[in-house]
Write a protein that binds this ligand. Structure first.
Ligand code: ADP
Length: 206
């Protein structure tokens, strides 16, 4: 990547259906935050391209796309967002949603990002997650949300592969009760955000 100043970031972590996308979009609407949703970027790929085909193959089984493709796509997108001044790394806090998703991706992103806080959107009620995914399948035509086996596989992938990254970030973790209303979840995230040094620094007028 270009002249790498480490990008200040926060990470939204949670099982599929926990509300990362909803919270990420809300945070991204606030000036000085930029929401990067890995799943959305994958879904916007042209499915005739090699990467687009790979995405469909993995995601329809509820599996993760290989790390090299995922991180390379992230890096290319970042370059282009910076080049077009859509995302400004010197004044915007990056809201990462869906990446990193395993320990290897954490390591790959380490040299490019400074993750100040991991918001763990916790929803132990797996049936509630599945219910949200089924609802989303109808509204957003998501292939990976439509099938029971795939839903269970994604929850399992989260438990086995993604959740362990909480250990990687140690005391940077902050738990949020994701079974609350979206407004209350956002309220809790914003409350914690105010306490972060990076937020105080970045909220000074430029
Ligand atoms: P959800 O938020 O419902 O868990 P996403 O929309 O973030 O799902 O991602 C949908 C699919 O895109 C994932 O199941 C996976 O196949 C692929 N994907 C997204 N982000 C990553 C990532 N960081 N690493 C590997 N695969 C990813």
């Amino acid at each position: 990547m270009s002249k790498d100043i480490k990008k200040p970031a926060i990470l939204l972590l949670g099982a599929p259906g926990a509300g990362k996308g909803t919270q990420g979009a809300a945070l991204g609407a606030i000036p000085r935050f930029y929401h990067y949703a890995s799943g959305d970027v994958f879904r916007s790929l042209d499915t005739r391209t090699e990467l687009g085909k790979q995405f469909v193959e993995y995601s329809k089984r509820g599996e993760l796309v290989p790390d090299e493709f995922t991180v390379e796509l992230w890096a290319v997108q970042m370059e282009s967002l910076i080049a077009t001044h859509t995302y400004k790394p010197d004044i915007d806090i990056l809201v990462l949603d869906g990446i990193p998703r395993n320990v290897n991706q954490c390591k790959m992103l380490e040299q490019h990002t400074d993750i100040h806080q991991v918001f763990h959107l916790s929803c132990p009620d797996r049936e509630e997650l599945a219910r949200r995914m089924r609802k989303r399948a109808l509204k957003e035509h998501r292939l990976d949300d439509a099938n029971e086996v795939v839903i269970q596989n994604r929850i399992q992938t989260y438990e086995e592969t993604t959740k362990p990254i909480l250990n990687y970030y140690g005391d940077r973790q902050h738990d949020i009760d994701a079974s609350q209303t979206p407004a209350k979840v956002l309220y809790d995230i914003l409350g914690q955000l105010q306490t972060l040094e990076v937020y105080q620094e970045f909220s000074n007028p430029v």
